[in-house]
Design a protein around this ligand. Structure first.
Ligand SMILES: [Zn+2]
Length: 222
């Protein structure tokens, strides 16, 4: 199985248990979607505030292919028809139960969590480990910048089954923090509690940081 695959969502909806796609199948699926709407399209990386300029279907497909193939695992791109801006489609680059091959991919404690998670949930996906960036909407560094956090999904829905598994295994594994389904667990406070309403609710994946947490400035910082 190829390590890098893609998931294509439907407008506004969550995609549950949908199989990841090889790149050529992903592009064919996008082509189908584009052909279902007349007129121009816009693209943006998820998390960006601005959309691209309007492009015709052919140019949009080529641009999206370029962005997604070059982009990092965990990255998501949105596309929308200019005439129907509410119909937003999402393309996300995922890995399916990937091995942690390179030590630079994750810290040792994270590797332990990763291996245990995929032993229990072999058909779930990793949405990525290393990503040199601050926490969205914050100036603090994300644990992803140390390779000390991983995003797990069962296919677009942060499932209750995984929450139970985290509950049962937080003491056995070097876990510092779990966020998902609008809830957060930390080693310091134990037990899941509600996230503050302004926080990213993580409905479609579990974000897990390993213990000990990276502190200060990560090695990847400019
Ligand atoms: Zn994350």
């Amino acid at each position: 199985m190829s390590a890098e695959q893609y998931r294509v969502g439907s407008p506004g909806g969550r995609v549950a248990k949908k199989r990841p796609l090889e790149v050529d199948v992903m592009l064919r699926r996008i082509e189908e979607i584009l052909s279902g709407y007349t007129g121009a399209w816009q693209i943006r990386r998820r998390g960006d505030s601005d959309w691209s300029g309007a492009r015709d279907r052919e140019t949009s497909l080529a641009r999206l292919a370029d962005l997604t193939v070059r982009g990092d695992v965990g990255g998501a791109w949105q596309l929308r028809p200019v005439g129907t801006p509410g119909a937003v489609f999402v393309v996300r680059k995922v890995e399916v139960a990937p091995p942690v091959a390179s030590p630079s991919a994750g810290t040792d404690p994270l590797k332990e969590i990763h291996l245990a998670y995929f032993e229990r949930f072999p058909d779930h996906e990793s949405w990525g480990i290393f990503n040199c960036r601050p926490i969205a909407g914050s100036s603090s560094w994300s644990q992803h910048a140390w390779g000390n956090a991983e995003d797990f999904s069962d296919g677009g829905v942060a499932a209750a089954e995984a929450q139970r598994w985290f509950n049962e295994n937080t003491s056995r594994l070097p876990i510092a923090e779990v966020i998902g389904r609008g809830r957060i667990w930390t080693k310091a406070s134990q037990g899941f509690r509600a996230l503050s309403p302004s926080a990213n609710q993580h409905h479609d994946h579990w974000h897990v940081s390993a213990d000990p947490l990276g502190d200060g400035s990560p090695p990847c910082a400019p």
